[in-house]
Design a protein around this ligand. Structure first.
Ligand code: MET
Length: 523
């Protein structure tokens, strides 16, 4: 057991850091367009079902997994999952399971963050444009403004590097002085901006068309529509639950590894979920959808990915005080993204500290250069291809940012609830203010959660086949040949990073538990 591991400085700091980890671009940028383009009220039904059946149980598992791994000095998934899996299977099998989990977490924290950091850069750039009135001139559509932005190397690279440098400085200072201090500052500001925007959105009335009031927009997402339920929207909803709660990525476990052995996990996990859902459903849902509806009607809210960067700037152009509200919006996105990117960044720093013995202050800069290298294609693609389709980013996101999260969630649940079994429940309840009852563990963790997650994985695989993601040339780039090499590059990078992550995680396990592996029994 390691005694030199850093711990969180205070309960409030821990909760805000975990909330910062979960609350991200997913809540304010991804959730509104996922909800809107998957039928509004029809999306919310599978969303809440997935939250209860998968979101909450996996959040509990991840806090527990992290605290347990932290006791042995681990902040990364490979050894953490190994330690739980070896309770129910031979060490050699447990090491393979751990290494697969470690590979996926490595893929997410390296690759997902490599494009996430770019989007944070855009939010800063757009914050700058909002303050300076850069997109207010109606001579160009906001769609054109966006295309010009992502094709402008000065804007893209300046704000990306600023965002990355900020992250490096934050992570360099460690858990208490870095991560916790930033969360304590940024999270209250984020909630304040979110509340201001939500109030403005609800009180805006119907400025353009008497039929498009913001309250009707609210009705659009809150009016449950059972008739338009589809598997596709159910998969999208479950995917959103993983993304927004930061589960299936390893970063909640990493933060939980800095808990003390008797710190509570049950209430704290539930607090993280509640704070995240308040930010997502109440603030994200209210600040974005009603205002977009009030200015653009039902077609406007269904615009998809462009909602944050294309549709809303259109609103800010026309509304009174648009420059101020535009600045609040993009700064809100920036704070949300920054406090999540810190978590992914810290995962890789912890990996270098623990597995390679590199000092944190140095590791933070090695990781910085790593992100520059893997993030380069994301920034270069629109500039070199003169498109704004972001095929490289999309391909990486389809696999690592959506699909593999569910795979990792399934592995974690199986390791805890099936392999470690009852002992995982006892562990989880240690130090708990509330206790997870046995029936909950048996019904959810052992049965419903894995079964539903595996079913979803099955249907999303079918969906991926239908959408042509498995084809040599995926459908979404088939019509734009210039993008094909970018998709292929993304595939090579994803496979390469996962293989590397697997070998690295296996080595990390065998360095520490080699004797057990050789004897193939836990000593
Ligand atoms: N949960 C955070 C968000 O919603 C971070 C996700 S990291 C891919 O954005």
């Amino acid at each position: 057991m390691s005694s030199s591991r850093e711990n969180w400085g205070s309960k409030i700091g821990l909760i805000l850091a975990m909330a910062g980890n979960a609350i991200g671009l997913g809540n304010f940028w991804r959730f509104p367009y996922q909800a809107a383009s998957n039928g509004g009220g029809a999306f919310m039904i599978p969303y809440f079902a997935a939250l209860i059946i998968i979101g909450i149980p996996v959040m509990l598992i991840e806090w527990n997994l992290g605290r347990y791994g932290g006791k042995y000095g681990h902040g990364t998934l490979g050894p953490m999952v190994y330690l739980q899996a070896r309770e129910g299977t031979k060490p050699k099998n447990a090491a393979i399971i751990g290494a697969i989990a470690g590979a996926i977490a490595f893929g997410v924290t390296l690759l997902v963050n490599s494009y996430y950091n770019h989007i944070i850069g855009w939010t800063l750039g757009y914050g700058f444009l909002s303050i300076t009135g850069g997109y207010m001139d109606t001579a160009k559509s906001t769609g054109e403004v966006f295309v010009n932005y992502v094709q402008n190397p000065t804007m893209v690279f300046t704000f990306w590097i600023i965002a990355l440098t900020g992250l490096a400085f934050a992570v360099m200072r460690g858990v208490q002085k870095g991560i916790e201090a930033w969360a304590k500052l940024m999270m209250p500001v984020l909630y304040t901006f979110g509340i201001l925007l939500a109030i403005r959105s609800l009180t805006i009335g119907s400025p353009v068309n008497p039929d498009w009031s913001s309250l009707k927009g609210l009705n659009y997402i809150w009016n449950p529509d059972f008739t338009s339920f589809s598997w596709k929207s159910a998969i999208a909803a479950a995917g959103q639950v993983f993304f927004t709660l930061s589960i299936g990525m390893g970063i909640i476990c990493n933060y939980a590894s800095y808990l003390k052995p008797d710190d509570d996990v049950v209430v704290s996990s539930l607090a993280t979920v509640s704070l995240n859902e308040f930010a997502e459903v109440i603030l994200g849902g209210t600040a974005v959808i009603p205002i977009a509806y009030a200015f653009m009607g039902p077609d406007g809210v269904g615009q998809g990915v462009g909602l944050a960067f294309i549709a809303l700037p259109n609103v800010f152009r026309t509304m009174a005080g648009g420059q101020i509200f535009g600045s609040l919006w993009f700064l809100l996105l920036f704070f949300a993204g920054f406090t999540s990117a810190i978590a992914m960044y810290n995962y890789l720093v912890a990996l270098m500290e623990e597995d390679l013995g590199v000092q944190r202050s140095k590791a933070a800069w090695y990781v910085f250069f790593g992100y520059i290298i893997v993030g380069l294609p994301v920034g270069l693609e629109p500039i070199l291809t003169k498109t704004a389709d972001l095929a490289y980013l999309t391909e990486v996101d389809n696999w690592v940012g959506v699909y593999l999260l569910v795979v990792l969630g399934v592995i974690e649940v199986i390791a805890a609830a099936w392999l470690m079994g009852h002992k995982a429940l006892e562990e989880m309840n240690k130090g708990g203010i509330w206790q997870i009852p046995e029936w909950f563990f048996n019904i959810f963790h052992r049965f419903l959660t894995p079964v539903v997650a595996i079913t979803l994985l099955f249907f999303s695989t079918l969906d991926y086949i239908k959408a042509g993601y498995f084809k040599a040339i995926p459908d979404f780039v088939a019509k734009t040949p210039v993008l094909i090499p970018w998709v292929n590059a993304a595939r090579i990078v994803v496979v390469g990073v996962l293989l590397f992550g697997f070998v690295q995680s296996y080595k990390s396990i065998s360095n520490k538990y080699g004797k057990e592996l050789d004897e193939n029994k836990v000593s």
